[in-house]
Ligand binder design. Structure first.
Ligand SMILES: Nc1ncnc2c1ncn2[C@@H]1O[C@H](COP(=O)(O)OP(=O)(O)O)[C@@H](O)[C@H]1O
Ligand code: SF4
Ligand SMILES: [Mg+2]
Length: 419
């Protein structure tokens, strides 16, 4: 009887111990869950707070100490070989870019305008060294004043510059990978180039999207779910996410409706103001270029024929080609008569450009000298340059005309007479 009582007491003790352990474990488990939840909440809060450290809009690159120019292009040429002889030698060259010079100030926009086929895209791609440079120089100066001669850099040396120099393409439909989500597209380069720490990439990309007018829930969506304007915003977000210094925008709004064009351009302008980036804005449309650019360069068949401030070009265009481009811009005023189209004929082939002034085959002011002598750039008013014989100083014109009129063969005869 006594042993039975002792046994039941022992069992009760064990039961109490087990129950105690179970309750402790339960409390421990609940405690652990509470601890984990608090910790997760805290780290999320920390991540959100520190995401602001990695805001896309950091300090502007147009500080007082920053160098004035970001890009200096001098006599840049891009000639593509055409045809090959049986020995593999090119039979000729297509002069897509044929001696282009301009300077771009830091934090400003240069508009490159001209007809389709005049070499705008090739110029942009050559500066970014997507093609090897045939001749000439393109110097990029970073915000600390370090200069890079892009023409001379090897592929490996160009790699670190790939984030600083970005390109936004014309076609937002083909330039986005269809099988990647918006978040993955924007974060790809951010991860590869270690723009922010790995654990901050997600929030950083959301921050970039916010600045570019993209809703956070677009993060997991695919490009085909978006309109053209939204796709171009994604392209811009992808380019800006790596915090570039210079962005070459190649006809970024040409594929969009007019109302959407204005939104995208306004976004580019806003980001430029906040980040201090510089743009080279390429377009065939003068009315678009003048809206965003500080300076404009007008291109014809691989050359710049006129350049100056936007005001110079828009209110005082001097070159017959620039004037013809303006005559083609529709005027949104029913009371004003549309000007007759001044530009006739097709753009000649850059593989076989006309002699003298390349525009002479289409120019209504063409003079004798224009068919023989290529005009040089002259400064017609401070900062406003034109390459046209109409603006040659009279004495230079006379000298050039005399030289052009004298056939080369006559010179030995003259010498003989002298002898
Ligand atoms: N990779 C290339 N190889 C040969 N010719 C090219 C190449 N890229 C462009 N071109 C030619 O160079 C000229 C200028 O083209 P492009 O730069 O695309 O003009 P734009 O952008 O002003 O329309 C065109 O005649 C074009 O056919
Ligand atoms: S140089 Fe002669 S052909 Fe060329 S744009 Fe001037 S006037 Fe016309
Ligand atoms: Mg183009």
């Amino acid at each position: 009887m006594i042993s039975l009582l002792a046994l039941s007491q022992q069992a009760a003790t064990w039961l109490a111990v087990v129950m105690g352990l179970l309750i402790a474990a339960e409390f421990g488990f609940i405690g652990y869950i509470v601890y984990a939840m608090v910790k997760a909440r805290k780290s999320k809060q920390e991540e959100t707070e520190s995401a602001d450290e990695y805001d896309l809009i950091g300090s502007s690159r147009v500080g007082e100490d920053a160098p004035k120019y970001i890009l200096n292009v001098k006599d840049l040429k891009q000639w593509f070989p055409v045809g090959k002889s049986i020995f593999g030698k090119p039979q000729g060259y297509l002069r897509a870019v044929d001696g282009v010079s301009f300077d771009l100030e830091r934090g400003k926009t240069i508009g490159i305008v001209g007809e389709s086929g005049c070499g705008k895209t090739t110029l942009g791609r050559t500066i970014l060294r997507l093609y090897d440079i045939t001749e000439g120089s393109a110097v990029y100066t970073d915000e600390h004043g370090k200069q890079y001669e892009l023409a001379k850099l090897k592929r490996k040396q160009l790699q670190p510059l790939r984030t600083q120099l970005q390109l936004v393409f014309q076609d937002p439909y083909s330039s986005l990978p269809p099988r990647m989500t918006v978040g993955a597209i924007i974060s790809e380069a951010v991860r590869v180039h270690h723009i922010v720490p790995k654990n901050k990439v997600h929030n950083y990309v959301l921050n970039v999207m916010k600045h570019c007018g993209l809703q956070p829930h677009y993060y997991d969506r695919y490009p085909h779910e978006f309109s053209g304007g939204q796709r171009q915003r994604i392209c811009i977000a992808r380019a800006l996410a790596v915090q570039p210094d210079l962005v070459i925008c190649d006809e970024p709004v040409s594929a969009l409706d007019v109302s959407i064009q204005a939104q995208v351009i306004n976004l580019l302008k806003k980001m430029q103001k906040q980040m201090g980036i510089s743009y080279m804005f390429i377009s065939h449309d003068l009315s678009v270029v003048k809206y965003i650019s500080d300076t404009i360069a007008v291109m014809y068949l691989g050359n710049i024929v006129e350049k100056g401030t936007t005001e110079d070009i828009c209110s005082d265009a001097r070159h017959p080609y620039t004037q013809a481009l303006f005559s083609a811009v529709p005027v949104p005023n029913p009371h004003r008569k549309a000007k007759p189209e001044e530009l006739e004929g097709e753009l000649p082939s850059p593989a076989n450009p006309p002699k003298g002034c390349k525009f002479h085959t289409r120019c209504k002011h063409c003079m004798d000298c224009c068919t023989e002598i290529a005009p040089e750039m002259r400064e017609v008013t401070p900062g406003h340059f034109v390459a046209c014989h109409l603006f040659d100083p009279p004495e230079t014109m006379q000298e050039e005309q005399i030289t052009a009129e004298q056939p080369q063969q006559e010179q030995p005869e003259q010498n003989e007479q002298e002898n």
